[in-house]
Ligand binder design. Structure first.
Ligand code: GLC
Ligand code: GLC
Length: 628
């Protein structure tokens, strides 16, 4: 770029070796023009000064990057799709709730290894407002760990120790908003014009009213619309809680400031950052202000900054939106990984309806992602479950989206006769009819209600995330069947936010009996452990290729996993019975397959010519060959 002469960059060079500097320059040649192109598309020609500063900061950050992380950068450049291996397994937990402190997390590493984790997502652990911080999603400093949990040095040490144990560390990059206690927010409040321009602040209701005509309400229980009023009378954009102020990405200084925070985190040894609330980062009048084209350009620009200065860092997109929008974030040059909210929601849908058709349809038409990317598949997260399926897809199967969502909400909060689920409504909005639900896997699957099918449902749900391709992500504690925690209702900072029902503390009692299969906890743990072990030994489960399989039985889901090309012609056929009764798959349905197969979970030979009978909630993973 004309405005960044080579000598400007060369002047930043410190005592780094020739080879090291050459590797930066080589990436610079490719990635800087990409970054500049994106900058021009987002900001026009007026941001070249910010761009030049950013380039220089990237050079500095690369030189600050510890040697062990540069070694990982080099290794992963040789093996860029390391994350699509069938040995990848994720776990997520809150530091305080699950282990007290960072050193508590460290002491749980032997257990993480026993479970087979290779990826650990620690929920937000940065300095945040004390009373209520939306579970840490209101960040007051990206450079400080919450002092109750530990220090930034301890986080870097933990990252190194996890890495030595084969576990990648994942943390959130909460870049749509900061807390109102962040230094930038304080300065904005005090009237510093440079920082006022970091947020979306308005003197009166004119612009807020105009935006709210088309923007969706996200946390209506906290405040209606997207804005909150400050004590001085001004209005600030706050998509989520009133203390979470959205950043103004129309200001290129905001992009640069956040890019610096991102690189700082990367250099602590973080392997993957979870890009929080990606859909909301760009606003335009007259639109829903979600998933706008600029949101993608911004993510690609962050991606380019990483390739310059922390090349092995991966992005995971958190877009819990319509499936057509979710996929738009998934690309090697945008977010290599993405939550799979559609699969998550449809697993629960199938459990409620005992019908796998919508899930089968989603696997058929919405599962493929571009080469070099992968889903993060999960049964539930720390958040609510929203029914994000496409109404058009549902209509093809005779399902009316709006009515069906009402049914699902009623079912999962136990307002439907015969329901096994014990969930709690979240952000029930009588004005729009919108509602989501909260709860732990076990409580939603019937364990709390004492339903005899509960353990089977928990395993069935996990079998799907373990075998459809991508990184399966366990909510830690769910592997021993932890139940809802209703104590949040007594805590004024949590009482209004039912997501806390699904975020219990470390379930010590259940872990204590996890090796006794006669207990519920042990039954879930031992059978889940078996699923994990078998997956790890099954190369067909690597990568994301999936071929639908029609079972001729709406209650039984089927899919084939052919594995990576050249894997030897075998494939694994997964069958999963969502009915609460035994179901048969006929010999004729299986007649396209070679007559004998190995059922991997039980390690037995099966003659497909007899057809297959599946227990209620039964799952089989059959290694087969096609043809005779
Ligand atoms: C994400 C988080 C959620 C949080 C929100 C605002 O959706 O998962 O917990 O409330 O972002 O940061
Ligand atoms: C997400 C979703 C919203 C969800 C919220 C947190 O960004 O879009 O539906 O409820 O964050 O729970």
């Amino acid at each position: 770029m004309a405005f960044l002469p080579n000598d400007v960059l060369a002047a930043r060079r410190r005592s780094t070796t020739d080879a090291d500097w050459a590797s930066f320059e080589a990436r610079f040649e490719v990635e800087f023009p990409r970054l500049a192109g994106l900058f021009h598309r987002i900001y026009g020609e007026n941001a070249d000064d910010q761009l030049a500063l950013l380039a220089v900061e990237a050079a500095d950050s690369w030189q600050d990057r510890p040697a062990d992380l540069k070694a990982i950068d080099a290794a992963r450049a040789q093996n860029p799709y390391w994350f699509s291996s069938n040995t990848m397994l994720g776990g997520v937990c809150y530091v305080d709730r699950y282990a007290g402190t960072l050193s508590g997390v460290r002491s749980r590493i032997p257990y993480f290894r026993e479970l087979g984790l290779t990826y650990l997502h620690l929920m937000p652990l940065f300095r945040a407002p004390e009373e209520n911080s939306d579970g840490g999603y209101a960040v007051s400093s990206y450079r400080e760990v919450d002092p109750a949990l530990g220090t930034m040095d301890e986080l870097a040490d933990l990252a190194a120790e996890l890495r030595a144990n084969g576990i990648s560390l994942v943390v959130d990059f909460i870049f749509n908003h900061t807390s109102n206690e962040h230094e930038w927010a304080r300065k904005a409040l005090a009237g510093d014009p440079a920082y006022e321009d970091f947020y979306l602040l308005y003197p009166d209701r004119e612009m807020p009213d105009a935006y709210e005509r088309t923007a969706r309400e996200i946390f209506p229980d906290d405040h209606p619309g997207s804005f909150v009023q400050l004590d001085d009378g001004r209005w600030v954009w706050a998509t989520f809680y009133s203390f979470q102020w959205d950043l103004n990405y129309r200001n290129p200084a905001v992009f640069r400031a956040m890019a610096r925070e991102m690189l700082f985190l990367a250099n602590q040894g973080i392997d993957i950052i979870r890009m929080d609330a990606v859909a909301f980062i760009w606003k335009r009048l007259g639109t829903p202000c979600e998933s706008l084209p600029e949101a993608h350009l911004l993510l690609q620009a962050f991606n380019a900054v990483c390739r310059l200065a922390a090349p092995s860092l991966l992005f995971k997109s958190e877009a819990i939106v319509h499936p057509d929008e979710v996929v738009q974030y998934i690309h090697p040059e945008e977010c290599q990984l993405s939550y799979n909210p559609l699969q998550m929601a449809l697993i629960w849908n199938s459990l409620a309806t005992r019908d796998a058709s919508l899930l089968a349809q989603a696997l058929e038409r919405r599962h493929a992602t571009p080469p070099g990317t992968a889903w993060v598949n999960y049964v539930r997260s720390h958040d609510d479950i929203g029914w994000t399926f496409s109404d058009e897809d549902a209509a093809e199967l005779g399902i009316h989206g709006h009515d069906h969502r009402r049914f699902l909400n009623a079912f999962f909060v136990n307002r439907f006769p015969g329901s096994f689920a014990r969930g709690v409504p979240f952000q029930d909005n009588p004005r729009t009819g919108d509602c989501r639900i909260s709860g732990t896997t076990a409580s939603l699957a019937g364990l709390e209600a004492g339903d005899p099918g509960a353990v089977g449902r928990i395993l069935l749900a996990h079998s799907i995330i373990l075998s459809t391709g991508g990184i399966p992500l366990l909510y830690l504690g769910d592997e021993v069947g932890q139940l809802n925690d209703y104590s949040y209702a007594q805590d004024p900072a949590q009482a209004e936010d039912t997501r806390w029902v699904g975020r219990p503390g470390y379930p010590a009692g259940r872990y204590a009996v996890k090796d006794d299969p006669a207990t519920d906890a042990g039954a879930v743990f031992s059978r889940l452990h078996r699923l994990i072990e078998v997956r790890r030994l099954t190369p067909e489960f690597a990568g994301g290729r999936l071929v639908p399989f029609s079972t001729n039985n709406a209650q039984v889901l089927g899919y084939q996993r052919p594995g990576a090309p050249g894997a030897g012609g075998s494939m694994v056929l997964a069958l999963a019975n969502f009915a609460d009764s035994r179901q048969d798959i006929s010999a004729e349905t299986l007649s396209g397959l070679a007559p004998s197969a190995v059922e991997l979970l039980s390690g037995t030979f099966i003659t497909l010519a007899d057809g297959i009978s599946l227990d209620a909630y039964g799952v089989v993973w059959l290694r087969c060959r096609t043809g005779h």
